[in-house]
Design a protein around this ligand. Structure first.
Ligand code: SF4
Length: 352
């Protein structure tokens, strides 16, 4: 029998992530199929034992919950997972403050898909959903979520950079979502990811129109202020260009979530990365409500990052050095932006 030492959360896609304290902070681990089966079955059996041991002292509400949990057999949850994948392509990643949003995949994949550190969307070509596809996707979501839709707050437009959708289409998509989904979902706003190098295709007026339509939060992968490292990571555009794009978003009224990659580029780039990122972000007109996410680097499985590091003779950062870079960046960014939340974005904890 597997021994779990921490808390386990289950996602809508039936992934389960265990989190517990480790020597270098919180550690996350995804459970395998057998462990999931064993855990669900164990919980169910414990619930049934409890119910049978307390036939008279259970309230109506308590009893209703026990009946509900008892119905969650491993086979039923696996069926729920299969149904999830009929309405969704994998939700590869979300910003941590968006885990409770309803994800609507108005696009699939990433229109760039070449960053050396990112393999979130290597399994699918970029595609903007047609009107018909979006209508049937949203109908599928309504059916699959059912009453669970009430647990969602906010709407997140997937996948990698939905703001690349031409403005007139994007506005029509938002109007459709507002008509087809419960109004309560929109109280938390609409959010999406966006790269920093495709925004020039949108005029100031277009950005303001999208923001006014309710898509008011954009998470941007800035990664680093060091141009050498950006080139090594195959991140398109310079840091200055990325700053200009983020400034344009702020001027149009968006709330920003700026993502910085901690530890990428190993020992060779470490000090330039920390300094250039701090200097670059100090110039950004962030305001209260914006976020800076520090995302510790996790080696991707489907890119040639490791080979590129080896070919360049670069040593990866140790966990301790990565932790130190995180702390340095955090302290410097907090000092420059005292009104902005600077916080951890751990890829391992992602669960939708
Ligand atoms: S980091 Fe962003 S822009 Fe780069 S490949 Fe991944 S999703 Fe696309």
């Amino acid at each position: 029998m597997t021994t779990l030492g921490g808390a386990v959360r289950r996602g809508l896609d039936h992934r389960m992530v265990e989190s517990k304290d480790g020597a270098d902070g919180r550690v996350f681990r995804e459970l395998g199929a057998a462990e999931k089966w064993e855990l669900v079955d164990g919980v169910r059996r414990a619930v049934l034992r409890y119910r049978d041991a307390h036939p008279r002292d259970l309230g109506e509400r308590e009893r209703a919950w026990l009946v509900r949990i008892a119905a969650w057999t491993p086979a039923k949850l696996e069926q729920d997972e299969a149904d999830f994948h009929r309405v969704y392509k994998p939700i590869s990643i979300l910003p941590p403050d968006q885990y409770r949003s309803l994800v609507v995949q108005v696009t699939e994949g990433c229109s760039y898909n070449r960053c050396l550190f990112c393999d979130f969307y290597r399994d699918r070509p970029f595609h903007i959903k047609s009107e018909h596809e979006l209508t049937s996707h949203v109908a599928g979501l309504r059916e699959w979520f059912g009453e669970r839709m009430a647990d969602r707050s906010g709407v997140f437009l997937g996948d990698g950079n939905a703001l690349t959708v031409p403005t007139d289409r994007l506005l029509r998509m938002i109007a459709h979502l507002r008509a087809a989904l419960p109004a309560s979902l929109f109280a938390g706003g609409i959010a999406t990811f966006m790269d920093t190098f495709s925004l020039e295709r949108k005029s100031e007026w277009e950005l303001s129109a999208v923001c006014a339509a309710g898509l008011d939060t954009v998470y941007v992968g800035f990664e680093t202020g060091a141009d050498d490292l950006r080139r090594f990571l195959r991140k398109q555009g310079t840091a200055q260009e990325a700053l200009a794009a983020m400034t344009a978003l702020k001027q149009a009224g968006f709330r920003l979530g700026v993502i910085v990659l901690v530890g990428a580029g190993g020992v060779r780039y470490a000090s330039a990365h920390a300094k250039a990122t701090k200097d670059a972000l100090a110039t950004l007109p962030l305001t209260r409500g914006d976020l800076i996410y520090l995302s510790p680097f996790v080696e991707p499985r489907q890119t040639h990052y490791r080979e590129a590091l080896a070919a360049a003779g670069i040593e990866a950062l140790s966990p301790q050095a990565l932790r130190a870079q995180y702390e340095t960046l955090r302290a410097n960014l907090v000092a420059h932006h005292p009104d902005v939340k600077v916080t951890l974005y751990s890829l391992g904890q992602h669960l939708y």
